[in-house]
Ligand binder design. Structure first.
Ligand SMILES: [Zn+2]
Length: 417
């Protein structure tokens, strides 16, 4: 099957993640994810993959066995793996109606009736794709290239390897997981030990050439302020207003270190949720930093701030709960463990693609898998404008993503001699 038709067929299955069902602990959180996983299981079997296993959670795994014999003297070939997620973000839940346009510059009309355009002024990187075929939506849904472009790229790579048995390769494993878009639930439920890969790659980021091998160290802070209520006619000297305590606490945070003022590798405190009344107020914050020390310093700062406030207002007035969420994937790719980066670089180069390493200001499945002992940097899918009706996928970038997967598999086998 052609990679374009393959991708389009996956976009026709609505796999929008359901936050409600997810919050209730149901996985997959939507039936469409299981429908897509069932289709992929059939396709994997038809391609001749072994150990095709589809679980109740919609986690799907399969193996392409090695086609080279290794002697006792030769180095063993590490087992490489590739991951993509089945779900699409809940920002939009309409069915996807994708179509292909040959881009000649200027704005792309997505939907004449609704007057929806993909505008060159808003998305100036479109000029890089003049002359290319681009897959877009009708402006009423996501495209779902996040992450079905990845699924298509991986499936196509397996098809290429099966069709070309002269390409030597070691054991290759693939996994498709549900509910990435709500707290990386699929990756969290994934059993890295039984999967048995030595390293892997997620395909879950943006334009051609991008590569992620670092992201946040991430944590949560929940601060509870407890006041003392009193009737206003006799409140003097008695009322302690927890809303004002929270207000004072927030005012003591470093003002510029917030998402709206930071970029690149700059960390932040994100005041995310504030709820309460004068008796009790709860403040929820995200803490993010690329550097281990920076992250620890931020968590310590919040603890110290809370301790100082406790001295000011009394021990029972404030309590803080700090917890780690995920760790920077770079922590698992240091020193001798950095070879997945080297292999990816070589693969991009052989495909004539300039690698652009992007510090990812977010989490992704690979960060969770890395923390579980399966180092997983992140390769591009080629798509732009994730989580938006303006999501689009240049066909050449999709093909390039698949070529990178094939080349990574080849390079992994080359080192064994
Ligand atoms: Zn994604």
């Amino acid at each position: 099957m052609d990679i374009i038709e393959r991708f389009l067929s996956y976009t026709r299955i609505n796999t929008t993640t359901s936050r409600e069902k997810g919050a209730a602990g149901i996985m997959p959180s939507s039936d469409g994810q299981m429908v897509l996983a069932q289709l992929l299981a059939k396709e994997l079997t038809a391609l001749g993959m072994e150990d095709v296993v589809l679980r109740d959670t919609a986690i799907l795994t399969a193996t392409l066995p090695a086609n080279i014999e290794t002697s006792e003297e030769s180095k063993p070939i590490p087992t490489v793996s590739f991951f993509a997620h089945l779900d699409t973000s809940a920002e939009q839940s309409n069915d996807t109606k994708a179509h292909i346009v040959n881009y000649q510059g200027g704005d792309i009309c997505l939907n004449a009736g609704e007057n929806i355009f993909l505008k060159e002024t808003e998305f100036p990187e479109l000029v890089d794709y003049i002359g290319d075929d681009i897959i877009v939506t009708d402006g009423t849904s996501l495209l779902g290239a996040d992450d079905k472009a990845a699924i298509a790229a991986i499936m196509n790579a397996l098809q290429v390897l099966k069709a070309n048995p002269d390409i030597p390769h070691g054991t290759v494993k693939v996994a498709f997981v549900p509910d990435e878009e709500q707290g990386l639930r699929g990756a969290k439920a994934f059993n890295v030990e039984s999967f048995g890969a030595d390293f892997g790659y997620t395909l879950d980021c943006c334009g051609i050439g991008e590569f992620v091998h670092e992201n946040w160290n991430a944590g949560d802070a929940i601060i509870t302020f407890t006041g003392q209520s009193a009737h206003p006619m006799s409140a003097k000297g008695k009322l302690k207003n927890s809303l004002l305590m929270a207000h004072q606490f927030i005012s003591m945070l470093p003002g510029g270190e917030a998402p709206q003022y930071t970029e690149g590798r700059e960390g932040y405190y994100w005041v995310k949720e504030l709820s309460g009344n004068s008796a009790k107020t709860i403040l929820k914050m995200d803490v993010r930093d690329f550097y281990k020390d920076g992250y620890r310093d931020r968590m310590t700062f919040l603890q110290n701030l809370s301790d100082s406030c406790a001295k000011l207002w009394g021990e029972s007035s404030i309590s803080i709960n700090l917890s780690d969420r995920y760790e920077n994937v770079a922590n698992s790719l240091e020193g001798d463990a950095s070879f997945p980066i080297t292999i990816a670089k070589e693969s991009y180069e052989r495909n004539g693609i300039t690698m652009k390493a992007v510090p990812m200001r977010g989490g992704y499945d690979g960060a969770v898998l890395s923390q579980k002992g399966l180092p997983c940097p992140n390769i591009f899918t080629g798509a732009h404008n994730f989580h938006s009706i303006y999501e689009y996928l240049p066909v050449n970038s999709l093909k390039a993503a698949s070529n990178v997967v094939v080349e990574v598999i080849k390079i992994t086998a080359e080192g064994h001699k």
